[in-house]
Design a binder for this molecule. Sequence first.
Ligand SMILES: Nc1ncnc2c1ncn2[C@@H]1O[C@H](COP(=O)(O)OP(=O)(O)OP(=O)(O)O)[C@@H](O)[C@H]1O
Length: 302
Amino acid sequence: MDPIISVEGLIKQYKDVIAVNNVSFDIQHGTCFGLLGPNGAGKTTTIEMMEGLTPPSKGQIKLFSKTLTKAALDQIGIQFQQTALQDFLTVTETINLFASFYKNTLATDTLITMCDLVEVKDRNHQKLSGGQKQRLLLALALVNDPQIIFLDEPTTGLDPHARRNFWDLLTEIKNSGKTIIITTHYMDEAQYLCDEIAIMDRGEIIAHNSPDNLLQQHFSGAIIRLPKPNLEGHTLPSGTRPYGDGFYDIDAINVEKTITELLSQGISLDGLQVKSANLDDLFIKLTGHALTGPTIDVKAGE
Ligand SMILES: Nc1ncnc2c1ncn2[C@@H]1O[C@H](COP(=O)(O)OP(=O)(O)OP(=O)(O)O)[C@@H](O)[C@H]1O
């Protein structure tokens, strides 16, 4: 089957900033595709081009195997963060208002049930919690029963419980056959939701695959994390990189052997942690800097 979205050689240049630099990928029907990366990586610009909101400087985007047409764009739903909602309307009235803009729509009751808004359906939308507001914005994105849904950092600012609920909701929506494109800073979110991810940094895609495949490609075995002072004055084992300001991570194919080697060099194991790699670790390994926070140096031996 042809991909539902195909992006090739996409470039977006603002005056002196190349926001997106030669990005290409395909997205398959019924999958969740994640664009990940730190602030300014180019995620929003990339999805705004796919949504037809920002024209590319170069490159090609195909939805349903066709270049962006009005008919194709009618089949997408966008969850806007800053949607200006009409004051004093209830949740139900807000959905009805949005539905009036489209010819083909899902029933308001269906959307309310689907997005877990039954308890607040008669509440003024300005009185919703953060999680409820996100679910309303998702319902609005689903109003025209789109095949493709775009979400730009939908869980930023939500508490862990609300984030988890939102993930479950997105999983149900994906299982109903829709294709989801999501941008996020949160690697755990991507790992939970996405079938495929593209990690962006400084406008470029630096890795693209399923989360599991990416982890298998870049890590074999476990990570041993030690406080930095433990390694001061010692030659750093190969496969060592800083983790934040206070730790070193060592890739260990064989944990027992690596620990024996550390001990034989007189390195203290106080505060040692052994963990399996996640996408945060992958991002640091690929870029040398954390997803958020200050840049850190990855060169071992310095
Ligand atoms: N309209 C614009 N004019 C000039 N530069 C822009 C414009 N929009 C985005 N940029 C720049 O393009 C780069 C990518 O921005 P973009 O918003 O796509 O990143 P992002 O990965 O979505 O970041 P965030 O997670 O903070 O939303 C940044 O350097 C940004 O300042």
